[in-house]
Design a protein around this ligand. Structure first.
Ligand code: HDE
Length: 688
């Protein structure tokens, strides 16, 4: 590896690190800068003799390799980070003195890390899981981290339960499996004994937990926070990230297959979109409310297992997050980034949510363990981009070491600085607190079922069925009957029909008694349409991808119309064929193949188009992967465009008699355009 000055020189020449100017190959060196003559052979006593301990180059190379790994995050180990910026739409000075919200059009650099929670670093992207949505905003007055998830509630109400909750869902300690799955006894045992998790369970069993892409999911700060203005007046706020491309999830059967076909599905999607210049965007929405609302709201705003429906407190959109740059080095940025909930800035403050309070200890502590030094803020990805002056010094890997004599405050050297500044500094909101010191859960946190029910009844029938199927799938992997039954007893407090469906799929005879509840379920909470994915469809195919199945002499004219229509829509396609390389279209022109059929199953695409040559369609008919490409797409309710020549393949896939309005014959420009308009619905649900 080149040293720092070498890297700078390389960068200065406009090149990447390691990129060499013509005729100027760099000499490989040790870490100490000593040129290496032979990097293929270790130093031996004779050609076939033992290796000598004296071989400093070998020892240094192995030593460094042995220490390449740092502890993976105990949760959210598998992540993917990218750079971007946040743009403030309008000044929010009336609500907060946070510098980032003072000026219309202010641009603040950002780094975002998406993650799954349960699996280890090498686990597949499409596990049924919560997704982390952590945003670091490098503001002019310090780093502000919104360490959120793609689900607005959490499993537990108090931080003291977090280690139990996480232990239960990770691999079981005796056997070390299952990996990246909640479908096992320990998790459901814990859940069945933790009724406060029921609302979260509804979300995690819904399609929210199997998103199609990071680009098509929402983000939430989860807790109530405070915003404080110049006069010291505070309001509560909840943070929402709304994807411009809308929401979209995959089906469970797709998730299972995607994990095999492309375990990096989500990260590849984000990487490709950014590399192609199709920068994903989210808008930051605030739910702003005051103490008066908090007092009369039917649940406690400090309880992280509750939402405030958007119908009750509408969202105010205040800016946008644009992700426009991939990392240069995964380890340096994505692995070493250290999010901390306690990284807040003047004008934003915590609330007394007991989950958030515990997190404020946990994140700093975890970074020390992971990164090995209190100087992790010296690592470029964690370093603020505004001036930093303090007297914290020394420690492992101290990179920025102040010069001169002063390392304490107050001092009388020079101008005596740096000094604290009450006008500019962070001041905690003086919330009045008091009471007896006690280990209790507030009674206002006691209703565990009403919002779980509200979430369930807000879904379309298709989404409700997915929740029932997911519960039955997960519980079918639980081997202990009493755990299954305990879950059904909770479901009875949420929705009778849901409980019965799940019990039936698990062949539980006779429903158990409903679980005892501290408070009865409120059946009067109205549905909230915003909680459904399908009720909030994007009405656009932008950012989506079509898989075009072709063989030699495939229909080049339709492909051209498709390319134009997709470009217009902001979507893309990939060509799939029985072999890799290239093929000749019907017009004789060469078409580049993106995936050989067994590497490009239809689960990787949002819709498919079948464009074989009339003489060569049998290459596809006799190919099992090609037949499944079509039948899977059909069974996954995808839109299918096809030319006449595709008929034998439709026959082989056994769908020729079932072609419906989601299957669209393509022959001219108009038919292709009409097909893309259909694709905006993302799936043809009527197929059943
Ligand atoms: Fe975390 N969480 N968490 N968490 N969390 C971590 O920090 C923790 C919680 C979230 O991409 C850890 O650096 C406690 C809620 C994200 O680097 C750790 C509690 C929410 C990420 C930790 C919670 C989150 C983490 C593991 C309950 C959504 C990944 C490694 C009191 C609002 C950040 C690390 C990244 C990571 C602790 C609950 C989101 C151990 C104690 C609720 C997105 O410190």
């Amino acid at each position: 590896m080149s040293d720092e000055s070498d890297q700078k020189a390389a960068r200065g020449k406009g090149g990447e690190v390691h990129q060499q100017a013509a005729g100027e190959i760099k000499v490989l060196t040790t870490q100490q800068g000593s040129p290496i003559a032979d990097d293929q052979n270790s130093l031996k006593a004779g050609a076939r003799g033992p290796t000598l301990l004296e071989d400093h180059a070998l020892r240094e190379k192995l030593f460094h390799f042995d220490h390449e790994r740092i502890p993976e995050r105990v949760v959210h180990a598998r992540g993917f980070g990218v750079h971007g910026y946040f743009e403030t739409y309008d000044s929010l000075a009336d609500i907060t003195c946070a510098d980032i919200f003072q000026r219309k059009g202010e641009i603040t650099p950002a780094f975002v890390r998406f993650s799954t929670v349960v699996g280890s670093k090498g686990s597949p992207d499409l596990a049924r899981d919560v997704r982390g949505f952590a945003v670091k905003l490098y503001t002019e007055e310090g780093n502000w981290d919104i360490v959120g998830n793609n689900i607005p509630v959490f499993f537990i109400q108090d931080a003291i339960k977090f280690p139990d909750m996480v232990h239960s869902v990770k691999e079981e300690p005796d056997r070390g499996f299952p990996q990246a799955q909640s479908a096992h006894d320990n998790f459901w045992d814990f859940i069945s004994l933790t009724p406060e998790s029921m609302h979260m369970i509804m979300w995690v069993m819904s399609d929210r937990a199997i998103p199609r892409s990071f680009r098509f999911m929402e983000g939430f700060g989860v807790h109530s926070f405070r915003m404080v203005n110049k006069e010291g007046k505070a309001v509560f706020v909840k943070f929402h990230w709304k994807p411009k491309l809308g929401l979209q999830s995959v089906l469970w059967d797709e998730a299972v297959k995607v994990n095999g076909a492309d375990p990096d599905f989500h990260r590849r999607d984000l990487w490709n979109a950014i590399i192609e210049g199709d920068f994903p965007e989210w808008e930051l929405g605030l739910q702003i409310f005051d103490d008066e609302f908090a007092e009369q709201f039917e649940f406690d705003v400090l309880d992280a297992t509750k939402i405030i429906p958007e119908e009750q407190i509408p969202i105010r959109v205040v800016g946008r997050l644009v992700l426009n740059r991939v990392v240069d080095n995964f380890f340096a940025e994505t692995e070493q980034v250290a999010f901390c909930t306690q990284n807040i800035v003047r004008g934003i403050d915590h609330s007394e949510d007991p989950l958030l309070q515990g997190r404020n200890f946990s994140y700093l502590d975890t970074q020390l363990k992971r990164l090995g030094s209190p100087n992790f803020t010296h690592i470029p990805i964690n370093a603020p981009k505004c001036p930093v002056h303090h007297f914290q010094q020394d420690g492992h890997m101290a990179i920025y070491n102040p010069k001169g004599r002063v390392n304490y405050e107050p001092n009388s050297w020079g101008d005596g600085g740096p000094r604290e500044c009450p006008e500019k500094g962070f001041i905690s909101y003086p919330q009045e607190v008091g009471g007896e010191k006690q280990r209790v859960r507030s009674e206002s946190f006691a209703d565990h079922y009403s919002q779980a029910r509200q979430f369930y009844i807000s879904q379309t029938p298709i989404e409700q069925q997915h929740i029932a199927d997911a519960l039955a799938f997960e519980l079918s992997k639980v081997k202990t009957p009493r755990i299954r039954e305990r879950i059904v007893s909770h479901l009875l407090n949420i929705d009778q029909e849901l409980a019965s469906k799940v019990a039936e799929m698990l062949a539980i005879e006779g429903l158990p008694h409903p679980a005892e509840a501290a408070l009865p379920t409120r059946y009067d909470l109205p549905p909230s349409d915003k909680l459904s994915i399908l009720k909030n469809g994007p009405q656009s195919f932008k950012g989506r991808k079509i898989g075009v199945l072709m063989s030699e002499d495939g229909n080049a004219a339709v492909l051209k119309y498709l390319e134009a229509a997709l470009q217009e829509e902001g979507a893309i396609y990939e060509v799939i064929a029985p072999h890799a390389g290239e093929l000749k279209g019907s017009d004789g022109a060469i078409i580049k193949i993106d995936e050989k059929i067994d590497g490009g199953p239809s689960v990787l695409f949002d819709a498919i188009v079948i464009l074989p040559g009339a003489e060569t369609v049998n290459m596809l008919v006799s190919n099992y992967a090609a037949v499944r490409f079509v039948s899977d797409a059909f069974n996954h309710n995808k839109f299918i465009g096809y030319v006449d020549a595709a008929q034998p393949l439709l026959n082989k896939a056994n769908i020729e008699d079932m072609l419906d309005n989601g299957c669209h014959p393509l022959n001219d420009e108009a038919s292709v355009q009409a097909f893309i308009v259909k694709c905006r619905d993302l799936r043809y649900w009527k197929r059943g």
